[in-house]
Design a binder for this molecule. Structure first.
Ligand code: ZN
Length: 122
């Protein structure tokens, strides 16, 4: 499948050939075309639509029940969240890091590699 960004795209402001780039916003990676001369940007329309889906999911609150399974409690993670993440990450293993982040708050981290990367830049 060819991608629209594989075409030659000229900047509408200065007619310079735009170059592929990545823009990261809220840990979300967008494919973009950037004009090296004037800095004009075009965000990939598919990524923009995905980001829209992401912001909708992000603010959605789910009510899930805790179940006792052996000596642990289990909660169900809504399928739409996991499927969306899998689609974004292209691959994801089933190991998740869980942390008692604060009183009344648990966090789940699905992104081992990403965190290692972030640490490097800290
Ligand atoms: Zn330009």
């Amino acid at each position: 499948m060819t991608d629209i960004f594989d075409n030659t795209i000229l900047c509408r402001k200065c007619n310079t050939r735009m170059q592929k780039a990545q823009i990261i916003k809220n840990n979300f990676v967008f494919r973009a075309m950037v004009c090296p001369k004037c800095g004009e940007k075009i965000i990939h329309p598919v990524d923009e639509a995905e980001y829209e889906k992401f912001t909708n999911l992000k603010n959605k609150e789910f009510h899930v029940k805790m179940r006792l399974v052996g000596n642990s409690y289990a909660v169900s993670i809504p399928k739409e969240i996991v499927l969306f993440m899998k689609e974004q990450e292209k691959m994801m293993n089933d190991m998740v890091r869980l942390c008692f982040e604060d009183m009344g708050k648990l966090s789940l981290n699905f992104r081992e590699e990403q965190n290692k990367l972030n640490k490097k830049f800290e």
